[in-house]
Ligand binder design. Structure first.
Ligand SMILES: Nc1ncnc2c1ncn2[C@@H]1O[C@H](COP(=O)(O)OP(=O)(O)OP(=O)(O)O)[C@@H](O)[C@H]1O
Length: 231
């Protein structure tokens, strides 16, 4: 579904990615993990067309999408739940969800289906997004990404800064999405929760892929967690 090869990118003179590789097969859930500042968000921004790589390629569904504009990447099926949520604060919950709705690729995700996944959003349908709690805003950001009927979802730190009970609700939701066959790339720090849903971890260190394996393989290799994750 998504493949990046030998990606080099950064911010002006400051280089962050040094030959990053990554592959997410259709129907799988893959994590991108690594210490702070190693280039996870930069990888996502380059995939989404928000940063232009200086070298390397991004393939989506087999098509070379390197350097394409963000709206073209979204049309190609990438649904991003960005770090920091960024819902439209003055719009209602319902308006936020309808703002991104697209039935171009599939009709799978509708308002009703998102409300079934997150009943709290149905209850707060007419409330403006700015009045939602952090956890509810995160649910809204995820629901909004689903309303684009993406071929693949990317979640950047979706459970960051949320109360434990809300965090669990977000992970439960990812388990459900996986069971429905969604393809997901998830960036997070919570290895324990991720082990419930992730097929494969990808570990990034200084802008390149250094290790890949299942949650069980990672649990059996404490030196990897210690060296690359600082845990
Ligand atoms: N807009 C920017 N301009 C310049 N440098 C940036 C910018 N955004 C990020 N960086 C730098 O790029 C490097 C990689 O940052 P990135 O956000 O990709 O890391 P990350 O792995 O996602 O980390 P975190 O877990 O802290 O979010 C860091 O050194 C960061 O300071």
């Amino acid at each position: 579904m998504l493949r990046i090869e030998n990606l080099h990118a950064g911010y002006g003179p400051s280089r962050v990615l040094f030959g990053m590789d990554l592959c997410v097969e259709a129907g799988s859930v893959v994590s991108l993990i690594g210490r702070n500042g190693m280039g996870k968000t930069t990888t996502v921004m380059t995939i989404m067309g928000l940063i232009r790589p200086t070298q390397g390629r991004v393939y989506i569904g087999g098509a070379d999408m390197t350097g394409r504009a963000p709206h073209r990447i979204a049309q190609a099926g990438m649904g991003l739940v960005p770090e920091g949520r960024r819902v439209f604060p003055s719009l209602s919950v319902r308006e936020n969800l309808l703002a991104t709705a697209s039935a171009k690729r599939s009709h799978k995700w509708t308002l009703d289906k998102v409300y079934d996944l997150f009943p709290r959003l149905r209850e707060r349908e007419r409330q403006s997004a700015r009045t939602l709690s952090g956890g509810e805003q995160q649910m809204l950001a995820l629901g909004r990404a689903l309303m684009t009927n993406p071929a693949m979802l990317i979640l950047d730190e979706a459970s960051e800064g949320l109360a434990p009970v809300i965090r669990t609700a977000i992970w439960d939701c990812l388990v459900r999405l996986k069971a429905e066959g969604e393809t997901i790339l998830v960036i997070d720090k919570n290895l324990k929760e991720m082990a419930r849903v992730v097929d494969r971890h990808l570990v990034i260190e200084k802008g390149r892929l250094v290790w890949t394996g299942s949650p069980a393989q990672l649990a059996a290799a404490p030196e990897i967690s210690h060296r690359y994750l600082g845990v």
